[in-house]
Design a protein around this ligand. Structure first.
Ligand SMILES: NC(=O)c1ccc[n+]([C@@H]2O[C@H](COP(=O)([O-])OP(=O)(O)OC[C@H]3O[C@@H](n4cnc5c(N)ncnc54)[C@H](O)[C@@H]3O)[C@@H](O)[C@H]2O)c1
Ligand SMILES: O=C(O)CC[C@@H](O)C(=O)O
Length: 413
């Protein structure tokens, strides 16, 4: 394959992949000509992460690596971040944007996997299977229908009616459940799903409540003691969203008192860093709780698709400059740039930057072949294709970097 040239020769671009992202990501980078790929099965302790990220141009993580403002400040060479998952709460998105670093994720690749697990858990909880399973493992035998129910005709309450919530609703209707949902946005209801009038209304009416909100300031602790007390006696709670959404001590107390019949919890306020670390939770040892190690989206199908999708977005940004579907950045979709040098300029969105950039091209007598600009409240991203000599390009690159407000520049040859 022809070696492409970016600001750095392609073979000098360092890709750091953490948390055992699918090997399809490695294959995608290799197929695009990237050779420096460092792969780790686990997340790295913060000190080591800071050291390694300081050398990386591209980093790929899942949910356990926290890219805080401090970590990002240390990432001097970093050009792009890939979250090989849906959630991006583990990255300080604003700090990344202000450092000129777009962040990409895979917004749908594991949606179906989460939805399937949730439906299975709803059925198991309504039948009291976790308790029966635990009892059989201890040599017990209690063949009884007491406390066992079909899900057909029961009410499923979905909190967060986005990609996952809607899929869960469609599958639940397929097995005869009544679906109600609560979302902060106005949402088109699919099938016969109905809006609940409020979160409290949903909690009061549901036999099973399932949470599918992102981690934000409005969702942290949104299901606490008061909300759990509002739930129907004997109802079940499922959380495959983020651990901070539920007050886990309040849930443990309600499970012990019997107010909550059962729970299925996939995400926790504090999760082990890797498979060798131990898991601690007040829910451990409760027979009526299904505990899973944050595997809602962990199917081979989903992980392989995520590896392909996120790596492709990172390669595209690195090679071509397109930021389509970046979660924290002005989105620019770009054509190829054969025959032109492509100047990428990321700057604070303040008046006058674009005119200074254009003045520089005119002062250096470089003709602009194409220009693309997108801004958001904080940042502007302008891409300029120009026919320039190597010498003009290198002078212009320096001059562009000196424009006040510049966050980052890159040239693709
Ligand atoms: N357990 C896992 O392995 C796993 C896998 C994938 C995703 N997730 C988590 O699930 C979350 C949801 O995923 P998605 O793809 O459905 O996201 P999404 O963005 O499509 O949907 C989230 C929905 O929540 C709504 N919402 C936000 N704040 C709310 C609030 N305060 N009250 C009510 N609704 C609110 C949004 O309006 C949106 O409709 C992700 O952010 C991620 O954290 C977990
Ligand atoms: O793979 C992970 O670590 C996170 C999975 C899930 O929570 C997501 O946000 O997609």
């Amino acid at each position: 394959m022809a070696i492409k040239k970016t600001s750095y020769p392609l073979q000098d671009i360092r890709v750091l992949l953490l948390e055992g992202v699918s090997k399809t990501a490695v294959d995608t980078f290799r197929a695009a000509g990237y050779t420096q790929i460092e792969y780790h099965e686990k997340s790295l302790p913060e000190d080591e992460l800071k050291r390694r990220i300081a050398e990386a141009h591209i980093v790929g993580i899942r949910s356990r690596s926290h890219l805080t403002a401090e970590v990002i400040a240390n990432a001097r060479r970093l050009v792009a971040v890939g979250c090989f998952c849906i959630g991006t709460n583990q990255v300080d998105l604003e700090a990344a944007e202000l450092a000129g670093i777009p962040v990409f994720n895979a917004p749908y690749s594991n949606t179906r996997s989460v939805a399937e697990l949730v439906i299975a858990e709803a059925i198991l909880l309504m039948r009291g299977i976790p308790q029966k399973n635990a009892e059989c493992h201890r040599g017990g035998w209690s063949k009884s229908a007491a406390g066992s129910h079909e899900v057909r005709g029961k009410t499923l309450g979905i909190v967060g009616y986005g990609h996952i919530g809607t899929q869960v609703g469609v599958l639940a209707e397929g097995i005869g459940m009544n679906v109600i949902f609560h979302d902060i946005e106005t949402k088109l209801s699919l099938g016969n799903a109905r809006h609940a009038s409020s979160l409290d209304d949903l909690l009061r009416r549901s036999d099973v409540v399932t949470l599918h909100v992102p981690e934000t300031s409005s969702t942290q602790g949104m299901i606490g003691a008061a909300q759990i007390a509002s739930m129907k006696p004997g109802a079940h709670l499922l959380n495959a969203s983020r651990g901070t959404v539920v007050d886990i001590d309040a849930l443990a107390a309600a499970l012990k008192s019997g107010h909550i019949g059962g729970a299925a919890i996939d995400v926790f306020p504090v999760e082990p860093k890797g498979n060798d670390d131990s898991f601690v939770s007040p829910l451990v040892g409760m027979d009526n709780v299904i505990l899973t190690p944050h595997v809602g989206g962990s199917t081979l199908e989903a992980q392989d698709n995520i590896g392909l999708e996120v790596a492709a977005k990172l390669v595209r940004y690195s090679d071509n400059g397109s930021t389509l579907s970046a979660v924290n950045f002005p989105e620019v979709t770009l054509p190829g740039h054969d025959g032109s040098h492509r100047f990428l300029h990321i700057h604070r969105n303040v008046p006058g930057v674009l005119s200074q950039i254009n003045d520089l091209f005119s002062a250096h007598k470089v003709n602009i072949d194409g220009q693309y600009l997108r801004t958001d409240a904080k940042v502007g991203y302008v891409v300029i294709d120009a026919t320039a000599s190597e010498e003009q390009t290198s002078v212009l690159k320096e001059a562009l970097a000196a424009v006040p407000g510049t966050l980052r520049t890159r040239v693709l040859y």
